[in-house]
Design a binder for this molecule. Structure first.
Ligand code: UD1
Length: 374
């Protein structure tokens, strides 16, 4: 019996892993899949709700590292995960996306030799993405993880090009599609039934959904003021449009730190909510008139659902979403954002296409490859 560990830690990891877990269960006579949760996200609303809604079992191993500075957080993950690897002796470790837990686990595996005298093999799900912006903590995590991984599962063509340029051998790279879209497709029916619109008293295509949590946006008073100004302009363009803003713990802390919470509360039509679960959140995405976000994954989910997405960042590591999907990279450029909202309001916004292999079968392709390798 072979043993595979999946390491997850924060919200966007969970929906990337869920379809792989389901596929691996189909082969449970051959492989034992164990879930290791680092505890990077620990609030019920940032973690537990996703395990429940994605029908994942409780993590087999919980490291409980919590929030700290990046160096401390990674160091703690490494110290705790090293013990796990030494005890469990996995045949393969799966890591997901670009969070601190992802790169920390990869480093641990690279430094432990197995019975054959080789490092513990690592497979990276969502490999090859590059924003080329090294001020983003995620970019550093992506580069470290891809340098160390043995199997690199790529979601879009740019990923293959980036890895090639970095000198990674073709034989390690597999274009398998997007497991986040597997989850979305799998739960579409359930998402359709969510009562969140009623709960928030908003109606289909008559609200915009906002998410913001990147340090570059929310750790700066100047940028939070720019967001405030964008919200005021939205009120002016369409006074009927609600603005739904499920707020990340980091963002709420920063609004309080900069004493801006009351200014946001004064915005007409603004509905601030706590972080939402997977099903309710995607219901809100699917019925929104448009989305304003600095998330990575939401750029992909909106492209799949063909909902206009204005990305509040200067770059994207997911270029396919702006090249063929419904995404436009806007930064906090209010003029550009307003002109795009006017295009949306007048029905002139681009329609978008679904990228290749975003078909709900990425996890199946990945597991097929994994089973040949372990
Ligand atoms: C992390 C990921 C980011 C991902 C995001 C999704 C890294 C470098 N960043 O950023 O790529 O897009 O998750 O949310 O790994 N907090 C809580 N409760 C929680 C979790 C966090 O209150 O359950 C607060 C803590 O005060 C913490 C802050 O939020 O300091 C940020 O959390 P952290 O895990 O450091 O990074 P995220 O900003 O969530």
């Amino acid at each position: 019996m072979k043993k595979i560990l999946s390491v997850v830690g924060a919200r966007p990891n969970f929906m990337k892993m869920a379809p792989i877990h389901k596929q691996l269960l189909k082969h449970k006579s051959r492989v034992k899949h164990k879930i290791v949760h680092t505890g990077q996200h620990y609030d019920k609303k940032m973690s537990d709700v996703f395990f429940k809604e994605l029908e994942l079992p409780k993590p087999d191993i919980y490291l409980g590292v919590g929030s700290r500075s990046h160096a401390e957080q990674k160091a703690h993950i490494m110290m705790e995960f090293e013990k796990v690897v030494l005890k469990e002796k996995p045949d393969l470790v799966l890591v997901y996306g670009d969070i601190n837990s992802t790169s920390a686990a990869s480093i641990v595996c690279a430094k432990i030799l197995n019975d054959k005298g080789a490092p513990i093999p690592v497979a990276h799900v969502e490999s090859g993405l590059r924003s080329f912006d090294r001020t983003m903590p995620e970019e550093i995590n992506r580069m470290i993880t891809d340098t160390l991984a043995d199997y690199l599962f790529v979601t879009e063509p740019a990923g293959i090009r980036n890895l090639k340029k970095e000198g990674i051998k073709d034989s390690k790279v597999f274009f398998t599609g997007n497991t986040m879209i597997d989850s979305l497709k799998f739960y579409l029916k359930k998402i359709g039934k969510s009562g969140i619109l009623k709960e928030l008293c908003v109606s289909e295509k008559n609200y915009t959904l906002v998410t913001m949590h990147r340090p570059s946006n929310v750790d700066s008073k100047e940028n939070l003021n720019k967001t405030l100004s964008i919200f005021k302009s939205i009120n002016k363009i369409n006074p009927e449009l609600d603005i739904v803003f499920p707020i990340h713990p980091r963002t709420i802390k920063m609004l309080e730190k900069f004493k801006l919470k009351s200014s946001f509360d004064e915005i007409k039509n603004l509905i601030i909510t706590e972080p939402l679960g997977y099903i309710d959140f995607l219901k809100l995405v699917s019925e929104a008139k448009f989305i304003l976000t600095d998330s990575g994954g939401i750029q992909e989910e909106t492209t799949y659902l063909k909902v206009p997405c204005l990305t509040l960042r200067e770059n994207t590591e997911r270029p396919v979403t702006s090249e063929i999907g419904t995404n436009v990279i806007c930064g906090l450029n209010e003029k550009l954002i307003i002109s795009k909202i006017k295009e949306i309001e007048s029905g002139k916004f681009k329609k978008g296409k679904i990228p290749k292999l975003w078909d709900g079968n990425a996890a199946e392709r990945i597991v097929k490859i994994i089973l040949k390798k372990v």
